[in-house]
Design a protein around this ligand. Structure first.
Ligand code: CTP
Ligand code: CA
Length: 229
């Protein structure tokens, strides 16, 4: 019912959402990744399409079904994700960085499959990846709304908001969707609980099904779009 009331409030809006966890190659057959399932990003894609948006999903190592109504670009590493997002940015009205990009990548991935050497261990040097969200913010055009996510092991609401405020300021995005992952299972789960903040403070709160949370996030986007920055 509520969905019918809101229907089409993103009519014609071009929304690009990243989803999933990137993979950073150690050698041709091994990679470093994380537990992101991509469900939150895909839920946003689905919800945005229902509300009339033209949706593009940049999917990092996602095997789950991407909604048929959305365009999809598959990527592997954070560097690939950065390239895809930067290419889509000029033609995007809303960008949602729901993906979990690896922060580090092997500095010198091996072209050959790594071999054991006697009973020695393995040390790998990592370098930092591109901060895609920060790059998107630097390239932002007028009226573009950029949304970031932050999963923090905060432990308390006060600490979560403190970490969120700092991250929002550091990234410079319009909205930041915070969730506390101290309890454990969020990754891969159907449910979640989030707090949405902008530079003025808390602008939304949602708990439950990721589809429902997606609509709350889009409500905040619609509200932000209607506000002069
Ligand atoms: N992000 C990104 N590029 C990266 C890392 C993160 O675009 N290389 C985006 C994520 O998609 C998310 C937001 O930045 O929307 C916050 O991610 P998070 O991991 O919380 O922030 P980091 O800057 O990586 O900081 P931390 O050291 O806390 O991991
Ligand atoms: Ca990170």
């Amino acid at each position: 019912v509520t969905r019918a009331v809101r229907a089409r409030d993103l009519d014609g809006v071009r929304l690009t959402v990243s989803a999933g966890g990137t993979r950073e190659a150690l050698d041709p057959v091994r990679y470093l990744s994380n537990a992101s399932s991509g469900r939150m990003g895909l839920a946003i894609a689905r919800a945005a399409a229902l509300r009339g948006a033209d949706v593009t999903v940049v999917a990092a190592a996602i095997t789950a079904d991407v909604p048929g109504s959305a365009d999809v670009q598959h990527v592997t590493s954070t560097a690939d994700l950065a390239d895809a997002m930067m290419a889509l940015a000029p033609s995007s009205d809303v960008i949602v960085m729901a993906a979990a990009p690896a922060d580090f990548t092997p500095a010198d991935p091996s072209a050959q499959k790594l071999k054991k050497s006697g009973d020695a261990g393995l040390s790998v040097e990592f370098s930092q990846t591109t901060d895609v969200l920060a790059a998107l913010v630097r390239a932002r055009h007028d009226d573009q709304v950029i949304v970031g996510f932050a999963a923090e092991t905060a432990g308390s609401r006060e600490r979560l908001l403190e970490l969120g405020r700092a991250k929002l300021a550091r990234k410079g995005c319009d909205l930041l969707v915070l969730n506390d992952v101290s309890g454990g299972a969020v990754f891969g789960a159907a449910d979640n609980a989030v707090t949405i903040v902008d530079s003025t403070g808390v602008v939304g709160e949602a708990a439950g099904d990721k589809n429902l949370i997606a609509h709350r996030i889009l409500d905040a986007v619609v509200h932000t779009k209607g506000t002069t920055r």
